[in-house]
Design a protein around this ligand. Structure first.
Ligand code: NAP
Length: 335
């Protein structure tokens, strides 16, 4: 027996920005699960910036997608057949085989989640990978302490919206965010309680950050790179810390991009600039859920999702996420 399933494959490697031609939507037969496997009907999948890097054929911390093969990534679905101990049809699982309707999942790489405890989207966002990135990147990588003035870029995105609110909750002196539209700026200040926010299209990041943080910043949580990073280095106080989480402004670049021109400031200000990968911080997961789940439940940490309906719209959802058209966590509902 097998089931007919729709999946999204990499049709061609993009040069610069991906296009509709980067993707191919096709049908395939998915067999019954073998020993230790689950057949999962996906309900919701994540589109993430790191997937852009995997479309290029280069060595990185995750292997590249292969042309002609389905893409993959975070997804939540329902077990429809199980050949693994501890999993039953009807269970809901979080796993890594998104971009398809049905997935044949190794049970050891699936985690049971409870849709009664939190909505499915939360397991991919605020209580999932992106929330965990914010938690580890702020508290461990940046060594946040109460009183710190924190600046986060892409602040209305999946990671950024949690960084700012967590900093606020943990006693930040001031929280500042940048985002790509007036509506996102209003979301940050009016709904999420940021002290200040600006649209990076409205002037140079450097000048706008200076106005928002006249006494400088202590932590910069970098999701963007480029001019944001350079402006943050200028604004950082002595012993400032930078979490290098992402640099989305260069992910579609076709030429090497310039480094911040003010890197020498790291010396005099004794700035620490540290890259991070969420997967190195699995030991924090339990603490993260214990602290953040109640804050989400009681509304202290708010979050938004932008959901595209239908697997065939997954390429469109991915491109919209890269362009900044959605607010919060970008997801695709399947079936
Ligand atoms: P996200 O912020 O929800 O979505 C990406 C956002 O980037 C867009 O909505 C857009 O918002 C913004 N953007 C796109 N191009 C930009 C540009 N040129 N300048 C400024 N902003 C731009 O994505 P996310 O999942 O939360 O990820 C945020 C960052 O963290 C990404 O860089 C990602 O690679 C990184 N990340 C790293 C880890 C890790 O383990 N290190 C884990 C997860 C995510 P605007 O409308 O504001 O422009």
């Amino acid at each position: 027996m097998s089931v007919r399933s729709t999946e999204v494959r990499l049709a061609a490697r993009p040069h610069g920005w991906p296009t509709a031609g980067t993707f191919e939507i096709t049908q395939t037969d998915v067999p019954d699960p073998g020993p230790g496997q689950l057949l999962v009907r996906n309900r919701l999948m994540s589109v993430d910036p790191y997937m852009r890097g995997r479309m290029d054929d280069r060595k990185s911390y995750v292997p590249p997608f292969q042309v002609g093969e389905p893409l993959d990534g975070g997804a939540v679905g329902e077990v429809v057949a199980s050949a693994a101990d501890g999993f039953e049809p009807g269970d809901t699982v979080l796993h890594g085989l998104g971009w398809r309707e049905y997935a044949l999942v190794e049970a050891r790489s699936a985690v049971k989640v409870d849709p009664a405890v939190a909505p499915l989207g939360a397991y991919l966002g605020v209580l999932g990978m992106t929330g965990m990135t914010a938690y580890a990147g702020l508290l461990r990588t940046a060594e946040f302490k109460p009183g710190d003035v924190v600046f986060v870029s892409s602040a209305a995105g999946a990671v950024g919206q949690v960084v700012g609110q967590l900093a606020r909750h943990r006693g930040a002196g001031r929280v500042i965010g940048s985002a790509g539209s007036a509506a996102k700026v209003a979301y940050l200040t009016d709904e999420l309680g940021f002290d200040a926010a600006f649209d990076y299209h409205d002037g140079t990041v450097r000048e706008q950050l200076k106005r928002a943080a006249p006494d400088g910043i202590d932590v910069y949580f970098d999701n963007v790179g480029g001019d944001h990073l350079e402006a943050a280095i200028s604004a950082l106080n002595v012993h400032g810390r930078i979490t290098v989480c992402g640099m989305i402004s260069v992910y579609n670049a076709t030429e090497p991009t310039p480094a911040p021109r003010n890197l020498a400031m790291l010396i005099g200000k004794r700035i620490t600039m540290r890259g991070m990968l969420v997967r190195d911080h699995g030991d924090l997961r339990e603490t993260f859920v214990k602290e953040v789940a109640p804050l989400v439940a009681d509304g202290t940490i708010r979050h938004r999702e932008t959901v595209f309906e239908g697997l065939e719209r997954a390429p469109e959802a991915f491109l919209a996420m890269l362009r900044g058209e959605g607010v919060g966590k970008n997801l695709v509902r399947i079936g």
